[in-house]
Design a protein around this ligand. Structure first.
Ligand SMILES: Nc1ncnc2c1ncn2[C@@H]1O[C@H](COP(=O)(O)OP(=O)(O)OP(=O)(O)O)[C@@H](O)[C@H]1O
Ligand SMILES: [Mg+2]
Length: 258
């Protein structure tokens, strides 16, 4: 069953059609890849599915619900989390605080205040939620092997750990579907190997993973299904061996021979 799918998704910026008429789907409990040359529309597709941008036309469906145009914070509560192409950590804050922020986002704690709620109930709830936020953040740090570094400023972690910390923060919202935009960018081969095993462990928790990635070793190693975009259009989809021998894909990456 497709956990997520788009129907004829299109996003135009003036004359630039960044995503053009794309039918795209992600199967439940899979690790899927979205690839394509620079400017192919991969990040735009992510943004339009996660509510950070609004499609020009077409629709997005998650768990059989039409979520087209639903804002990002609501989509997060529905169970989709993401990381970004460029690191977006709170660099001066501790590793633990970075993950607690993800957790706060899930609990929607900022919604508790207000005149409708009795002040005492509100206070008690806040205290118990704070403990929940703390405990769960520690559990996620443990999963990522980062708990010992929890009091370090995020900026002091080695690069590979910073990128995994972003994934930890996304996982703290306990998503059903996790989007990763170029998670291996800038990593050395050891960090990439570690990341691959982390992504597999996340999938083994029952979470569906969709990643954009230029590192073909990573993509071909861990993705069961791959979709290829070029100039905003879907040009191919299939398993890694099908994709590697697809002439349209080879041409998109290498250019046509004269
Ligand atoms: N906000 C925007 N306004 C105008 N054009 C945009 C905007 N966002 C993206 N584009 C254009 O849409 C196209 C697709 O960009 P996108 O960032 O989705 O590509 P990408 O596949 O993620 O590329 P990369 O691999 O380099 O990250 C590009 O031509 C880009 O310049
Ligand atoms: Mg991109």
């Amino acid at each position: 069953m497709s956990l997520l799918y788009t129907k004829q998704l299109t996003r135009a910026y003036g004359g630039v059609i960044a995503v053009s008429d794309v039918d795209f789907s992600v199967e439940k409990n899979s690790i899927s890849g979205l690839i394509g040359p620079n400017g192919a529309g991969k990040t735009t597709l992510f943004n339009n599915v996660t509510g950070m941008d609004i499609p020009t036309s077409g629709s997005v469906h998650f768990n059989d619900k039409d979520i087209t145009g639903v804002p990002a914070f609501k989509i997060s509560r529905l169970g989709i989390a993401r990381t970004f192409q460029n690191i977006r950590l709170f660099k001066e804050m501790s590793v633990l605080e970075n993950v607690m922020i993800g957790r706060h986002f899930k609990s929607g704690r900022s919604m508790i205040s207000g005149r409708t709620v009795n002040a005492l109930t509100s206070y008690m709830k806040m205290k118990s939620e704070e403990k929940d936020v703390y405990d769960k953040a520690r559990e996620w740090l443990d999963f990522f092997g980062l708990d010992e570094a929890r009091n370090e400023a995020a900026k002091n972690l080695p690069y590979g750990n910073q990128r995994e910390l972003e994934i930890a923060r996304a996982m703290a919202t306990e998503p059903e579907l996790l989007f990763l935009d170029e998670p291996a960018a800038g990593m050395n081969p050891q960090e990439t190997d570690h990341l691959m095993s982390t992504i597999r462990r996340i999938r083994d928790l029952g979470v569906t993973v969709l990643l954009i990635e230029h590192d073909m070793k990573l993509v071909m190693n861990i993705c069961e299904h791959i979709t290829v975009l070029n100039y905003g259009k879907k040009i191919a989809e299939g398993n890694p061996s099908e994709i590697q021998k697809n002439p349209l894909v080879i041409e998109a990456y290498l250019g046509k021979e004269d």
